[in-house]
Design a protein around this ligand. Structure first.
Ligand code: AMP
Ligand code: ZN
Ligand code: FE
Ligand code: FE
Length: 295
């Protein structure tokens, strides 16, 4: 079994690269990818510390992208990039714009929370999560620690989620640019967790997939805990219809999403190694060389 959607401390997960390696080995996963939000820091680290011999690893990233004008959505589309070169300069420059967007938004969220009488500061959140790219999940976790809310979900629902009183929007890169930059960095572009997409108009999701396919989208994340088991065949059919690769993973975040386990999601979820083999095969064919990054 495999897990191609993991977050580390570099974004909003709570485990380091070596802790993720240990856990993946302990539960017997055959292949993983670390797909942090808008950063390749953990993939750089994984490459430099070395991949354990019992584990296969493919580089990854999860880019916060804007929806196309033809299919407006609330919030971001998440575009996964697999097999990307983590040091690619075009990619790291684009990602740093997104990192700045998150960094610039945090004080605005904190200010709104303070105005609501919630005593919380960015410096205490930075102290709690040293080395992480601070975003809303960290703010939520800090609110939980202070007893303002009982869970991360409650913080999103009551305060910082879209439509909440402390919600602040942030810059996203257009989805066609996200796909292009992944390709330019040698990777393949996969639309993450389609079930979480919130269209503004009640149009069929196939319209969006068709537009993204025209922009060069390579794959669809068919296996995802919230899509399991009822929506797997629905998204698998869409992948087949648009000739897209299928991928899957849990979106493991450690204790920030405590109900999701690496590899098994909420318990009975799993992703087959075959999907990993198909991803590698596709990436190698597409790059025409063996520069497609997996170990
Ligand atoms: P940010 O990129 O800083 O806006 O944070 C977005 C991340 O917060 C997402 O990728 C999820 O991991 C998490 N998230 C978004 N909405 C929710 C929610 N309603 N409940 C819990 N976590 C959420
Ligand atoms: Zn996240
Ligand atoms: Fe996501
Ligand atoms: Fe994710």
């Amino acid at each position: 079994m495999i897990d191609l959607h993991l977050h580390s401390k570099a974004s909003d997960g709570t485990f380091s690269v070596s802790e993720i390696f240990e856990m993946a080995q302990r539960i017997g996963l055959k292949a993983i990818s670390i797909t942090d939000h808008d950063t390749t820091k953990s993939c750089q680290e994984a490459c430099s510390i070395g991949i354990p011999s019992s584990l296969e690893f493919i580089t990854g990233v999860e880019i916060s992208a804007g929806s196309p004008l033809s299919f407006p959505c609330f919030g971001s589309l998440h575009i996964l990039g697999y097999g990307i070169e983590p040091d690619n300069s075009e990619l790291t420059e684009k990602l740093s714009e997104l990192q700045d967007a998150r960094k610039n938004r945090n004080p605005q969220i904190i200010e709104r929370l303070n105005l609501m009488g919630i005593d919380i500061s960015l410096s205490e959140i930075n102290d709690m999560f040293q080395g992480s790219q601070i975003g809303r999940p960290h703010i939520a976790k800090a609110m939980m620690k202070k007893g303002v809310v009982r869970s991360v979900d409650e913080a999103f629902e009551r305060y910082i989620g879209r439509g909440g009183p402390a919600y602040t929007d942030k810059y996203r890169i257009p989805c066609d640019e996200a796909i292009d930059v992944i390709h330019h960095a040698g990777g393949v572009a996969v639309l993450a967790h389609p079930i979480l997409i919130k269209p503004v108009h009640s149009l069929p999701i196939e319209n969006l997939i068709s537009d993204l396919k025209d922009m060069g989208l390579d794959g669809l994340e068919v296996y995802y805990p919230e899509q399991f088991p009822n929506f797997i065949s629905f998204y698998a059919d869409i992948a087949k219809q648009f000739d897209l690769l299928m991928t899957g993973g849990t979106d493991f975040h450690g204790t920030i999403k405590p109900d999701l386990q690496m590899g098994s999601g909420k318990g009975n979820f799993s992703v087959s190694y075959t999907l990993y083999e198909q991803l590698i095969h596709y990436g190698n064919l597409k790059s025409g060389t063996n520069t497609f990054l997996h170990f």
